[in-house]
Ligand binder design. Structure first.
Ligand code: ADP
Ligand code: MG
Length: 350
């Protein structure tokens, strides 16, 4: 940098802008899978399958039976800040996973992306983009829904590629993402396949039926195992318009590490210090210091009461009233645990 040279301000081109944005949105194959799954869920899909090869580094393909994208909208789906989910007038009122219109253009900037899609009553079409260069819309063959294929993620950014972990570690991160979202969507069928060499199903969860609590319990059994659901109590609490539901394990089923804590805000998986802190506080009287509770908890509220616009990867949230959120979790869980303990001790006594 030479301070005596007059600086020139230039407008970056779209390809550069997308690549910069991609650095925030797409950290690793699992973040691409997360974005594509969220899009499928936003599209109302009831069946979603994910195929990956080599830990997602060479291939990620997400197939859904959702509403599809019209042929004339395919170029828009790949352009920045283009979204069908909000109109920009009410950023406080978001009911979908997506709203930034950043995922597909970002993925198209760091990999070879093809979208094949069909809306009911119209022919299927597809569009491809590689290294930011968008191709023409072409006719395609597809019965319904959308197939998004992402090949060779980060092929154009060797520095990023080098920072990826082993195929095995990246594949594990993808499995975690699929399971985490599957827990929040019990009425949707999920299947994750590894198609590297001998294709095999890594994870599968059939769509659950029944009411929400039964469906959630069934899904949690499929994802976390019957040992969890057999030892967990259903939670249902409310405070000042914030609702807490889900399942929390009895203290006897605690873990040596905080590996089985799944927290969601308005259906969105979050990693939030406030909420995990509240979870720990709720079990404080029931667990020794080296034990960690297991739980899958869902906080639901009016979207206006929580800001999901904190981080591009959207795993952090900000409550308008953090004290209410914390209090809801602490008192809701304590109450349920105390009641379960009371029931257990009176059963023994009787
Ligand atoms: P966002 O999800 O924030 O809107 P994306 O870049 O992820 O942004 O997607 C852009 C648009 O493409 C979406 O708003 C949606 O209209 C469309 N889209 C993406 N994936 C799908 C899908 N699987 N099914 C139907 N439409 C989709
Ligand atoms: Mg999206």
């Amino acid at each position: 940098y030479a301070p005596n040279i007059r600086p020139v301000i230039r407008q970056l081109d779209d390809a550069a802008i997308n690549r910069i944005a991609a650095g925030e949105v797409v950290e690793r194959p699992a973040s691409a899978v997360k974005e594509l799954l969220e899009n499928a869920i936003d599209a109302g899909a009831k069946r979603i399958s994910v195929d990956v090869a080599d830990g997602g580094k060479t291939l990620i393909r997400v197939t859904d039976d959702g509403c599809g994208i019209a042929a004339e909208d395919l170029p828009l789906a790949l352009s920045r800040h283009a979204t069908s989910k909000i109109d920009g007038s009410d950023l406080l009122n978001i009911h979908t996973f997506g709203f930034r219109g950043e995922a597909l253009p970002s993925l198209g900037a760091v990999g070879r992306l093809t979208i094949t899609s069909r809306v009911p009553g119209e022919p299927a079409a597809e569009i491809s983009v590689a290294g930011g260069a968008v191709g023409a819309v072409k006719p395609a063959a597809l019965n319904s829904g959308t197939v998004i294929t992402l090949r060779d993620l980060f092929y154009a950014t060797p520095a990023r590629l080098k920072f990826l972990r082993t195929d095995r570690a990246e594949a594990q991160a993808i499995t975690d993402v699929v399971k985490r979202l599957a827990m929040a969507e019990p009425f949707v069928r999920f299947e994750l396949r590894d198609v590297s060499n001998d294709p095999r199903t890594v994870f599968k969860a059939e769509a659950q039926g029944g009411d929400v609590v039964a469906a959630l319990k069934g899904r949690l059994r499929d994802v976390l195992g019957a040992e969890f659901t057999d030892n967990a109590i259903a939670i249902d609490a409310e405070r000042d318009g914030l609702h807490l539901t889900g399942f929390a394990a009895l203290p006897t089923y605690s873990r040596g590490a905080a590996v089985a804590q799944f927290l969601y805000v308005n259906g969105r998986p979050v990693k939030d210090k406030l909420l995990t802190g509240a979870l720990r506080a709720a079990y404080f009287d029931f667990l020794s210091r080296d034990r960690h509770p297991a739980a899958a908890l869902f906080v639901d509220c009016d979207p206006q009461r929580v800001d999901v616009n904190v981080h591009p990867a959207k795993s952090e949230v900000r409550f308008r009233d953090p004290g209410v959120a914390r209090g809801l979790i602490v008192s809701g869980l304590r109450h349920a645990l105390a009641e379960a303990g009371h029931r257990a001790s009176t059963t023994v006594a009787g």
